[in-house]
Design a protein around this ligand. Structure first.
Ligand code: DX5
Ligand code: ZN
Length: 224
């Protein structure tokens, strides 16, 4: 099943609840929340207090993408604030198995994220315990960047591995997803599509979300 996860990074933060409502009306079913610390990525965004406010503003699952160092230190805070899904970057987790199990012990879905330069093989020992794998199709840190098509083979690889080995994870993709890239992304096997700029950048978030979702769904019907 294809799902659209609008990323609030590109939303107007002074009207966040409103923007989330518009994207939801357009078919968004997961709200993607980008947490950046200015260390792992060269940008700073938001923390648990905003997650807590968002929790009251939407019934949709909150997908917290942690682009931070030492994620273990903050997992409890995000879970308590109302995160439903929490993903951590492979590149910062020295004890990835422990971190993923910690997320699950907090009753959240556990995801792991791969930067464009990080291979799928680095996850071979955790693919049986993750709920989702997030493939970055840009280098994390900013919205509105150009999609990196060379990352798509990782989506195909994850779909193949799952089919052949019976894993249960879902495949999410993040970065540069828009009307001109969504078809190839879905055909490669991505199921949860994060989109920031394409939903909130210009025009109406409801219309943008629904056009993107429609393009994604028609691509999934043509998947071979
Ligand atoms: C980038 C973030 C993304 C970002 C995507 O580091 O992880 O979630 O919001 O933005 P777009 O869809 O504009 O590329
Ligand atoms: Zn993200």
């Amino acid at each position: 099943m294809i799902e659209l996860a609008p990323s609030i990074l590109s939303a107007d933060f002074a009207h966040l609840a409103d923007q989330v409502d518009r994207a939801t009306a357009g078919g968004g079913t997961v709200i993607h929340v980008d947490i950046m610390d200015g260390h792992f990525v060269p940008n700073i965004t938001i923390g648990p207090v905003v997650v807590k406010s968002l929790r009251k503003a939407t019934h949709l699952p909150l997908d917290c993408h942690l682009m931070i160092e030492n994620p273990d230190q903050y997992l409890g805070d995000f879970a308590e604030a109302g995160a439903d899904w929490i993903s951590v970057h492979q590149e910062v987790c020295r004890h990835l198995n422990r971190t993923l199990n910690l997320i699950k012990s907090l009753d959240c879905r556990a995801g792991v994220v791969l930067n464009p330069a990080t291979p799928v093989e680095t996850l071979s020992e955790v693919l049986d315990i993750v709920d989702y794998v997030l493939v970055m199709s840009v280098n994390p840190g900013f919205g509105g960047q150009k999609f990196i098509p060379e990352t798509l083979h990782k989506v195909r690889k994850l779909a193949d591995l799952r089919a052949h080995r019976g894993y249960a994870y879902r495949i999410e993709i993040d970065g540069g997803i828009a009307l001109d890239t969504v078809t190839e992304v879905v055909r490669a096997g991505a199921e949860i599509l994060v989109a920031g700029n394409a939903v909130f950048g210009q025009g109406d978030a409801k219309q943008n979300a629904s056009a993107l979702l429609e393009a994604a769904r028609s691509a999934s019907l043509q998947r071979v």
